[in-house]
Design a protein around this ligand. Sequence first.
Ligand code: ZN
Length: 320
Amino acid sequence: MRKKIFALTLIAVMMAIASLVGGCAGKGQEGSSPGSGSAAGGNKVTVTMLDVGQGDAILIKTPSQTVLIDTSDKDETEKFKAALLKENVKTVDKLIITHPHADHLGGAATLFKNFEVKAVYDNGQLATPKFYREYQKTILKENIPYQSIYDGDVLDLGDGVKFTVLSPTKKMVEEDNKKLEENQTRKAENLNENSVVGRLTFGDFAMMFTGDAVIATENGIRERHKDDEIRSQILKAPHHGSKTSSSQKFLKAVNPEWAVISAGEGNDYHLPHPSVRTRYKQDGIDYYRTDVNGTITIETDGKTYTIKAERGDKNSDKNN
Ligand SMILES: [Zn+2]
């Protein structure tokens, strides 16, 4: 019983923090960033999928902003910090957290401690782990502008670069937060399902970012959006190339030329899954994977793009 009261109190505190933090949110932040000094400069955008083990951390540099999607795993923080320093990052203008799992949010404390973070965006999903509570506390304590983002929201990354959110809807997250409030069981799958999915566009170039989205997420996106709002030359493979994701219908709608997969070498989940790799090949989608190819870098001027990997060949069949 005591345990239950504690849990309920904890949730009440978290909800209060969420609403307070939410209070600092403002779309007025948009486009007003003076830039970080470590952005790409010129008239190009680079997207770097950092090689940080079994977790996601994707660095985006636009001509005037440095943006980070996720912070890798809580057990990979040294690798994560080293990768950011190697990329000459000092300030992150916008941090986007796709969902509160350890392999996406686990490096947040290291990020806040070692780098300046100017604004934070996530899906408003509440969670119980310590790394999540610390993340919320830091945002509040350091008064970092924060905003929950949902389907239809657009983040202005400067110089014509946009990040358009395609999922989740606010309703999806609210339903799940209610379950937590009522002390009902939530599955890890629920958090994955509500991952922030967004499409970065710059001129003719588009790339889809998916967090750990699952097939239900993919179906929802296809139902709510037309194909031309989804189509992208590059797809960040959802959920580390797991078979819970990358449905045939979603791949058809995105119609990518390339997929980039983040997976830790020899990971316990044996990702990327062979069936997903086969599906990509059958659909003529080339891929690089961080466990085999190391850091993956995409560069675009808004007309064409290049994609290169630190090592190895594309479309590797290596099984983890
Ligand atoms: Zn993950």
